[in-house]
Design a protein around this ligand. Structure first.
Ligand code: SF4
Length: 596
């Protein structure tokens, strides 16, 4: 079995975008999104300046985090190493986009499912090379079997120094660059917010393509595509809601790694590159022939002489930025989950540590809060999906390594525990009467903490890789639970108010300590440091300092000290607002770091 990979030979690339166009044509990729694109950067100062090109796409990683995080096996590795996808399974959770450190995936604005370069698997299955390889006029894209020592790609790999993007991510990319320009391959080396016509990347369509559909539809109406193609819609196509027009090369993968032969078109198998014909016509030698046995410098066009470069590298052309992938729904989901798990956790802790303080009315309120906010958590999770009707796939077609799947089952387990607790209350018993708090507490802890492991699987976001994230989630759960119970405090239950108030003070102080550690310890990755910078001194500094620290943490502590019920309620409300702001910053800030 082959083991496919790509080489991008930057000595040959002329930045013509033929690969981008061929890919769009082959896969009918909609406007505003790309499976492969060419990024331009410029270095130096005129007249001593140079332009560099980098072809960007899926790296078909050996250790692909997109596959690990995908909850429904929509992304998978074929036996030949190609990382392919099945849009009929995709629920549009965008976790793969957060996990991919290379920005290779996008949400298709027509099918609302994730898509990316799939190495033209349908062409490979028919003995053809990917469309971008065939179209490239300078043979700058080389595909082939990495395990075949006689393949051009293996010979080039053996003879030329190559580089990959972000090797520190340990994804083992199988897309190699010859003469890759470090400032072009490093997303952080150039600014994404330039003022030129083609380098302003901050207003891309990407995930938010649905909000630009009207504009795109107007452009489609002017294009040559037929109405049937344009408006087949996500529900009107092949198989399971997949638009027929999205089937690459009109062939459908009906199973993982299997192409339905009956749908395969009649193709003429030819591996000859169009350039070969031109070369034969002109009587020229193939510069790749004898690639290993000859002197490397003699078989390729001479590299352009490098001048001494100065000035800041500038991004002068790029694909649109995909924006924030997980918006307010995810911040709200983390917030409601913290409240739900926290309410159960606080009640269970009181039942274990101070059973006499667990009043019947307080216990009932805790149970209601846990249940209502758990339901809201589920709603937020579904609301964030780009294919919300497929949410049950997480349970029915699980990919067990994904913390999205594990989290869904942890939430189910918590719901079952809440149901048992309801039966206990119905029977007139209390959480403090038996073993139940020992069941509620660990499941509530798991419910609170699992999102830290899910975020850690989002390998594209360095700040979420912090080991402290799980501590943040636990502390936020305690704040969410105790603050909501404080906000619902009643004048007839002063003992209960006092105990949840003390728990809230402890949780808020713990948050200040954990945040101080997180924001002051040295972070290994530059992207994490940039996020810390954004929170401490940058665009989130004011919101964090005044909204989270002063308003959300310090003020409620002061309000709780006198012990008056009215102030307890106010402290609870204020803490909940501060907690939401903290979740918003922690979810949003890392997503503002460009990945490509
Ligand atoms: Fe492709 Fe990104 Fe997945 Fe690697 S992690 S296989 S680059 S989509």
């Amino acid at each position: 079995m082959a083991n496919f990979g790509f080489i991008i030979d930057n000595r040959r690339c002329i930045g013509c975008h033929a690969c981008t166009v061929a890919c769009k044509s082959e896969h009918e990729v909609p406007l505003g999104v790309n499976r492969t694109w060419v990024k331009y950067i410029e270095k130096g100062t005129f007249p001593d300046s140079q332009r560099h090109f980098s072809v960007m796409r899926c790296n078909h990683c050996d250790n692909a985090p997109c596959i690990t995080i995908c909850p429904v096996t929509a992304l998978f590795r074929r036996d030949d190493g190609i990382v392919d996808f099945d849009s009929r399974r995709c629920i549009g959770c965008k976790a793969c986009m957060q996990a991919c450190p290379y920005d290779a995936l996008y949400i298709d604005p027509e099918s609302h499912t994730a898509a990316k370069c799939n190495y033209c698997a349908h062409r490979v299955d028919n003995g053809l090379e990917p469309a971008c390889v065939i179209v490239c006029p300078t043979q700058a894209i080389i595909s082939g079997d990495l395990d075949d020592p006689d393949s051009t790609i293996s010979k080039l790999l053996a003879s030329e120094p190559v580089t990959v993007r972000k090797p520190e991510k340990e994804t083992l990319p199988r897309l190699y660059y010859i003469d890759g320009e470090p400032e072009s391959l490093d997303a952080s080396a150039t600014d994404v917010g330039g003022h030129g016509m083609w380098n302003r990347q901050t207003r891309g369509v990407g995930h938010y393509a649905r909000y630009t559909e009207q504009r795109v539809a107007a452009i489609f109406a002017l294009s040559h595509r037929s109405p049937a193609q344009n408006h087949s819609g996500p529900e009107g196509g092949n198989g399971e809601n997949e638009p027929a027009s999205k089937v690459p090369g009109k062939m459908a993968s009906n199973r993982v790694g299997h192409v339905a032969p009956s749908r395969a078109p009649a193709v003429v198998l030819s591996k000859r590159h169009p350039l070969d014909d031109l070369r034969n016509l002109l009587g020229l030698d193939d510069p790749c022939n004898g690639v290993v046995n000859s002197d490397p410098s003699s078989r390729l066009p001479p590299a352009a002489p490098r001048s001494v470069e100065s000035g800041t590298p500038r991004r002068v052309y790029d694909a649109p930025n995909k924006g924030v992938l997980w918006g307010w729904q995810v911040s709200a989901y983390v917030w409601t989950k913290a409240i739900s798990s926290g309410a159960g956790l606080v009640a269970a802790l009181i039942a274990i540590l101070a059973p006499t303080r667990l009043t019947p009315s307080g216990e009932r309120i805790a149970w209601i809060v846990a249940l209502v906010f758990l339901a809201l958590t589920g709603l937020m999770l579904v609301a964030d999906l780009d294919r919300p009707r497929r949410f049950l796939y997480v349970m029915l077609r699980p990919q067990w390594r994904s913390w999205l799947v594990r989290g869904a089952w942890i939430i189910n387990a918590y719901a079952i525990v809440l149901a048992i607790w309801f039966c206990v209350l119905l029977a007139g018993w209390s959480l403090a009467d038996g073993w139940l708090p020992w069941l509620v507490a660990p499941i509530a802890l798991l419910t609170a903490a699992y999102t830290a492991f899910l975020f850690a699987q989002a390998r594209g976001r360095d700040f979420w890789q912090s080991h402290l994230l799980v501590v943040h989630m636990l502390v936020h759960s305690l704040i969410g639970g105790s603050a909501t119970l404080c906000a619902l405090a009643s004048t007839t239950d002063p003992e209960w108010n006092a105990v949840v108030g003390r728990m809230l003070i402890a949780a808020l102080i713990a948050k200040l300590i954990v945040d101080a550690i997180e924001l002051s310890i040295p972070h290994g990755s530059p992207d994490s440091r940039r996020v810390v910078q954004m929170i401490v001194r940058g665009r989130f500094a004011r919101l964090y300092r005044w909204g989270v620290v002063a308003f959300g943490c310090c003020l409620p502590v002061l309000l709780l000290l006198p012990g008056a019920t009215g102030l307890t309620i106010l402290a609870g409300v204020v803490s909940l607002i501060g907690l939401y702001l903290a979740e918003h910053i922690w979810v949003r800030a890392p997503q503002l770091i460009p990945l490509s």
